[in-house]
Design a binder for this molecule. Structure first.
Ligand SMILES: Cc1cc2nc3c(=O)[nH]c(=O)nc-3n(C[C@H](O)[C@H](O)[C@H](O)COP(=O)(O)OP(=O)(O)OC[C@H]3O[C@@H](n4cnc5c(N)ncnc54)[C@H](O)[C@@H]3O)c2cc1C
Length: 406
């Protein structure tokens, strides 16, 4: 029995047993194609449909949106999503495609949208029937997000949107976007507002894919030219965009309470340490199995220590004193998790040696060439959702109380 299961209340234990049984009975068949490492790298219609069907099935089975009220398509069982998440991770099942929708858009809509928008949008996000994306970054606004300059101007009873969003993951499949926009130039922060915007096959919206070093698409540029939207698509008051964006970022960085399940950020099944040990048994270094090399053993031990530290952090995150404001433990999660993934991929390439130059689909590549792809993609994850440098600034200022950076 897992540590988490040992502490279950009778109600939680019953729901956990249900999840476990449901996963065993409804596990999707292994696809005859390679799944990308993460949902944000899906660029094939067949892969998209496979993952959308799986998400809808898990939603209908009651494993997604468990914490949301029933009137918004949720399960109405507050505090239970974590259990479904744990069982989905342990069950070694595929991730869900609507990663941005589940992790960021649904919680933002839940906290800030009108009743009408909540009822309309949250169910379709949870079921995965409508894919959503996040339009925050712009060519001139990344770490300094408040420099965002996509303009939204009132014209009669409509708003007119003009501007350029970039690095918009999954926009190529998304029907809707949550967007941070500028409604006034008087004040950097108070001039921001927040809207939901239609983006697919919409007059006034152009979506252009961006190709990554891995050859995958994943993210896009989204250009708005005189897109007209009604006032009912606004979240919260005009000028409150920054407050709404902070809700989104809290969830994006893993410190929210309504984070969706199984979004593809975590490895399936075996721990990273276990996977590296298996790899080191298969590969050779200096004429002997890599597992016998003291350097490699030392490097795998480092991953093991880090991985265990992160697991302990997740346990510490349940201690109220450590998660009250400032959210000491949850705020560390994004940096630690993405940097651990980067370290593990680096160690895998060290184990593979020359063979690490063999890429996906090369029959001679160890572990089907997954590690070089994981290595390249691991850099994006230390940038997305706030770079490691910016996250460290936040930890320094908010958690350690250090002077604010200029
Ligand atoms: C895989 C991936 C997916 C993404 N998906 C989305 C998405 O769906 N929607 C979206 O809106 N955006 C998305 N982004 C964009 C992401 O949020 C930005 O890339 C990120 O916020 C950094 O902004 P930037 O790229 O403009 O870099 P910059 O802000 O220009 O930073 C450049 C460098 O300067 C450093 N730096 C900047 N300011 C400071 C500071 N104050 N102190 C110390 N160092 C600093 C940074 O750490 C970085 O190394 C995605 C990015 C990636 C890589």
């Amino acid at each position: 029995m897992s540590q988490a299961a040992k502490k279950d209340t009778p109600e939680q234990a019953e729901y956990r047993a249900y999840c476990r049984k449901w996963i065993e009975e409804n596990r999707p068949e292994e696809p005859d194609f390679r799944l990308p490492l993460q949902a944000i790298e899906v660029m094939d219609e067949g892969v998209k449909e496979y993952l959308q069907t799986w998400q809808k099935k898990a939603y209908d089975g009651g494993l997604i949106g468990v914490d949301y009220p029933t009137e918004y398509g949720g399960g109405g069982k507050s505090g239970m999503q974590t259990i479904a998440n744990q069982e989905l991770a342990a069950g070694d099942v595929p991730y869900f495609i609507n990663v941005i929708g589940l992790g960021m858009c649904a919680p933002t809509i839940f906290h800030h949208a009108s009743e009408e928008l909540k009822r309309r949008f949250i169910p379709q996000i949870l079921s995965g029937e409508m894919i959503w994306c996040q339009g925050f970054s712009e060519p001139g606004a990344g770490s300094d997000l408040a420099s965002c300059n996509t303009s939204v101007v009132k014209k009669g009873d409509k708003w007119i949107v003009n501007g350029h969003k970039v690095w918009t993951s999954l926009a190529h499949y998304a029907g809707w976007m949550i967007a941070l926009v500028r409604t006034s130039n008087h004040d950097k922060y108070k001039g921001l507002s927040f809207f939901v915007l239609p983006v697919q096959d919409t007059k006034g919206v152009t979506i252009r894919p961006l190709i990554k070093i891995t050859g995958e698409t994943g993210f896009n540029e989204v250009i708005f030219e005189d897109l007209e939207v009604p006032d009912s698509y606004r979240l919260d008051d005009v000028g409150k965009g920054w407050t709404v964006a902070m809700t989104t970022l809290t969830h994006e960085r893993g410190a929210g309470t309504l984070v969706g399940p199984n979004t593809g950020m975590s490895a399936r099944g075996a721990t990273r340490t276990q996977r590296l040990l298996e790899l080191a048994k298969k590969c050779r270094r200096n004429g002997k199995p890599a597992i016998d090399d003291p350097f490699i053993r030392d490097r795998i031990a480092l991953v093991a220590v880090w991985e265990e530290g992160l697991a302990q952090n997740q346990r510490r995150a349940k201690v109220p004193g450590l998660t009250d404001d400032p959210m000491r433990i949850p705020l560390q999660g994004k940096v630690s998790f993405t940097e651990l993934a980067q370290l593990a991929a680096t160690v895998a390439l060290e184990i593979e040696g020359q063979a690490s130059s063999l890429y996906i689909a090369d029959p001679m590549a160890p572990d089907s060439g997954t590690w070089p792809l994981t290595f390249l993609n691991s850099y994006g994850n230390t940038i997305a959702a706030g770079t490691s440098e910016v996250q460290r600034n936040i930890l320094g200022e908010r958690v350690l109380g250090m002077a604010k950076s200029k």
